[in-house]
Design a protein around this ligand. Structure first.
Ligand code: GLY
Length: 423
């Protein structure tokens, strides 16, 4: 039996910084390593997420329990490889990860298991997809089948926009192999919510609801991004609706994955929309990991020891644990990005003002940052920082996050953020 005393977090984003920060508070973990982390994380190890053999050797050598933050190593079968050597790791196998890695698989799975999702068709031929668009009497959402860092989804308002998205994905192959197939689904109007559960393969425990803001610009305009901000709890989602989501979405999904011979262990993230007129939930997508930036406010609000729940899930006993305790507070994460994200942007600019931010009820979770040779924090990605607050009210949390956002500037003054997060 593998004895662990440390934890290894795989990934480089704000989600991984937040996971490491939270798990560092657990009495069951001595030291947290990040592969490869960012300018805000400590004990960074220069191993890439796709270097699975090296990650495995590191985990064995340093006696680590591994937690996978991002989807890439999951899609490459990191969990299968660790399982072969009985080295503990939290995340789904490669086959179970198909709930995220193939939208076509995921939509077919939902249809087979009666998980509510909007009507859809899949295509690999551009002209057939365009013919379909001309026949339907609803607005469409066009999605690349494979992984695209949250950027392969096009929410269209008319047939012209839908045809342009099909051209980009199937004809111009914007995402290479990831857009060899596409899903076209009916656009549902309503409010989105992210519900994430800790799953042990046969059972699950739902976390508090969170909402992220996927569009790049204010008022939900502009291209889709990985997420420009988030907040938790979500006041307009009622207790009874969460109960319905548990029954109608998570129960059949966990059961369906067992039936397929791919029991789901790890964080299962249902991206849902609650239809405006009917208040019915529809699954927009499954992700097989924590959300980013949903993780940041969830970690700020979680009172209980996250790592204890991960250990219980690993031992298939999540249904026998106590309910998770949450701070009765609101948390808001405002993502500061490099101007130009999600398209092209510059890197390597110093970040000023980090030392001026509040120390209480505020965390600056790093994502695209690194430390340069002069020990300065510099920008190294599109999404750079997640300024994440805790407040007694949503309004207080919003004010706290934005007051601190305003203290931070890039050397070239090209920082960008949405001004309407949680509003
Ligand atoms: N915030 C969306 C995601 O994590 O996929």
């Amino acid at each position: 039996m593998f004895e662990y005393e440390n934890a290894l977090i795989i990934g480089t984003g704000g989600r991984e910084h937040a996971l490491g920060w939270k798990i560092s508070k657990s009495k069951n973990v001595k030291k947290i390593f990040h592969a490869s982390g960012n300018g805000g994380t400590h004990n960074n190890v220069q191993i890439l997420p796709n270097e699975i053999e090296r990650l495995l050797n590191f985990a064995k050598d340093k006696k680590c329990f591994t937690i996978v933050g991002s989807e890439i190593p999951l899609s490459l079968g990191i969990v299968d490889q660790f399982n072969l050597e009985e080295v503990p790791i939290f995340g789904p196998t490669r086959n179970a990860s198909m709930l995220e890695t193939s939208k076509k698989y995921s939509k077919n799975f939902m249809e087979q298991n009666l998980v509510p999702t909007s009507e859809f068709q899949t295509f690999n031929d551009g002209s057939k997809a365009i013919d379909y668009i001309h026949k339907i009497d609803f607005d469409a959402v066009i999605k690349a089948d494979g992984l695209a860092s949250g950027k392969g989804v096009f929410v269209t308002n008319n047939k012209q926009e839908a045809v342009a998205a099909i051209d980009l994905l199937l004809n111009a192959k914007k995402f290479g192999n990831s857009s060899q197939n596409i899903v076209i689904e009916k656009r549902i109007i309503g409010e989105e919510v992210s519900i994430i559960a800790i799953c042990d393969g046969k059972s699950f425990l739902i976390l508090e609801p969170c909402r992220d803001h996927k569009r790049a610009f204010d008022n939900n305009t502009g291209p889709n991004t990985g997420g420009m901000g988030s907040f938790s709890p979500v006041p307009d989602i009622k207790e009874e609706e969460i109960h319905q989501i548990s029954k109608k979405v998570f129960e059949p999904t966990i059961r369906g994955m067992i039936d397929k011979g791919n029991p789901f262990k790890g964080f299962l993230y249902a991206g849902l929309i609650i239809e405006k007129e009917t208040r019915k939930p529809y699954v927009l997508e499954f992700n097989v990991r924590m959300g980013d930036p949903e993780c940041q406010p969830l970690m700020m609000r979680m009172e209980s020891d996250l790592f204890g729940y991960i250990e219980s899930a690993d031992q298939q006993s999540i249904d026998s644990v106590k309910p998770i305790e949450w701070k009765k507070k609101h948390s808001v994460c405002v993502v500061m990005a490099s101007k130009g994200y999600p398209d092209s942007f510059e890197k390597g600019h110093t970040i000023k003002g980090i030392n001026k931010v509040d120390r209480e009820d505020l965390m600056l979770f790093h994502s695209g940052t690194e430390i340069n040779s002069m020990n300065e924090v510099i920008t190294n990605g599109g999404r750079v920082l997640g300024v994440t607050s805790l407040g007694n009210t949503l309004k207080e949390a919003i004010t706290k996050s934005y007051t601190n956002v305003e203290k931070i500037k890039w050397g070239n003054n090209q920082q960008y953020y949405r001004t309407d997060i949680a509003q």
